[in-house]
Design a binder for this molecule. Structure first.
Ligand code: NAD
Length: 415
């Protein structure tokens, strides 16, 4: 598809990043929001993104000016009549998205692709609000969109192959790394990542190690930051919401750690409220370790007294396996459900989350059989969050020891 004009709906954090990415393709980009003040904020954000690239000499001032000149802020749909693609990045509420897609379908030309940057809502449901479900697709960018390489491309039930390929092609021309993901709750990356985030809170509640120790041990395994630093950066409330959603969709494998709810109630939401798992203050000296939130212990004590299923005193000492194995296991669930191809799991976790290792090769050192035994031991100790995927059980029964060497033969056969 030859793109000449694109539009982005929603000029917030994601919308402005996506508009910035599109403007670098040398095409006209409309950036729409509901209020002129939000449009102006989005356009200034993009200007700041370009200014910072000029400062770092990765772009000349002339190039930055040319890209900026392609962005037109608007509060109306008037200029949408000749767009080739729209990427929606408005609020994560289904009623908002359904309204937007109904309007887009009415106004945009018949050939236009309508994409949504939703993190979790159903692409098939959004597509059903239009008369062109074949041209509706999920394009899940990661934050900040102007830097992060990964884009999950998610077809809905009725999305055509042509639309999926056009979305993939667009990502590639914008120098992004697209992976195609079957529509499922959490898509690939959030689904896999939240098993780890949630498990870290369970381990913390059990008193196996403190916040900083768990973060440090995990970072030593090749993750760019520990789970608690990530909670505080993303927002404890946002993460708790995603976790609850995944629990509703997948059941006990995602049983939320009760401490999360307590933290949301206490407004300990992370960086945005100044306190989460850590204390964040403006006086913090750069490079110095942030103090752990001293109030956490009180909340954990409340969880202990209220929660009858607490495993306190019954668990083994903390090991990074406790939080890494659930991710590995969930990745195999994704494979057995044909959500993605094997290689895309490694690509997704590297480009979307900055993993310095390949998730599917996590088990290579000790072998798949030992990995399954370890997951089963946690299953006995912790319950359903560690139920092994049948794909893992099957591979071990077949004598497969490493997914690295088997990727071509065995795992591609799962497709
Ligand atoms: N923030 C993230 O880390 C992240 C990552 C990936 C995907 N997403 C998804 O991207 C979308 C946007 O998230 P965000 O973080 O940029 O939100 P945000 O709150 O920063 O921005 C949303 C913008 O949409 C505007 N808006 C709301 N209704 C609108 C409408 N009817 N028409 C036009 N504009 C409208 C709002 O005024 C606001 O400026 C959500 O679906 C979110 O789930 C967010």
């Amino acid at each position: 598809m030859r793109l000449q004009k694109a539009a982005v709906v929603g000029a917030g954090a994601m919308g402005s990043g996506i508009a910035c990415v599109l403007s670098q393709l040398g095409i006209e980009v409309l950036l729409k929001d509901v209020d002129q003040a939000f449009v102006d904020r989005g356009v200034s954000n993009i200007k700041r993104m370009y200014d910072s690239r000029v400062k770092k000499a990765s772009l000349t001032q002339e190039q930055a000016d040319q890209h900026m000149a392609l962005i037109k802020g608007t509060t109306s749909y008037d200029d949408f009549k000749d767009v080739d693609i729209v990427i929606e990045a408005a609020f994560e509420e289904i009623s908002v998205k359904l309204d937007i897609f109904k309007t887009l379908d009415r106004i945009c030309p018949p050939h236009a692709i309508l994409a949504s940057n939703t993190s979790a809502l159903s692409i098939s449901e959004i597509a059903a609000a239009t008369q062109r479900p074949d041209k509706v697709v999920g394009m899940h960018f990661f934050n900040p969109a102007q830097f992060m390489k990964l884009v999950e491309v998610i077809p809905g039930v009725k999305t055509s192959r042509e639309t999926v390929e056009a979305a993939i092609e667009l990502c590639k021309s914008a120098r992004k790394t697209p992976i195609e993901v079957e529509e499922c709750p959490g898509f690939l990356v959030n689904r896999v990542l939240f098993t780890y985030m949630n498990e870290a809170v369970h381990a913390l509640q059990e008193g196996l190690a403190d916040v900083a120790t768990i973060d440090e041990q995990v970072v030593a395994q090749g993750l760019p930051m520990g789970p608690f630093a990530l909670f505080d950066l993303t927002g404890v409330d946002v993460c708790a919401h995603v976790n609850t959603f995944l629990h509703q969709q997948y059941g006990p494998r995602f049983s939320p750690a009760p401490l999360l709810k307590k933290m949301v109630e206490a407004k300990m939401l992370g960086q945005k409220t100044g306190v989460g798992f850590y204390v964040h203050s403006k006086d913090q000296v750069k490079g110095e370790a942030k103090p752990i939130n001293p109030e956490l212990q009180k909340l954990i004590a409340q969880v202990d007294s209220e929660c009858k299923t607490s495993k306190k005193g019954q668990s083994r000492p903390f090991s990074p396996d406790r939080v890494l194995l659930p991710m590995f296991n969930e990745a195999l669930y994704c494979l057995q459900e044909k959500v993605v191809q094997a290689d895309d799991i490694n690509t997704g976790m590297r480009s979307g989350c900055g993993f310095k290792f390949s998730l599917l090769e996590l088990a290579d050192k000790k072998g798949l059989a030992q990995t399954l035994q370890d997951i089963l031991a946690y299953h006995q100790e912790q319950g359903e969050r560690f139920r092994p995927s049948w794909l893992l059980t099957k591979l071990v029964a077949a004598g497969v020891q490493s997914l690295k060497n088997e990727k071509e033969k065995t795992l591609q056969a799962v497709k």
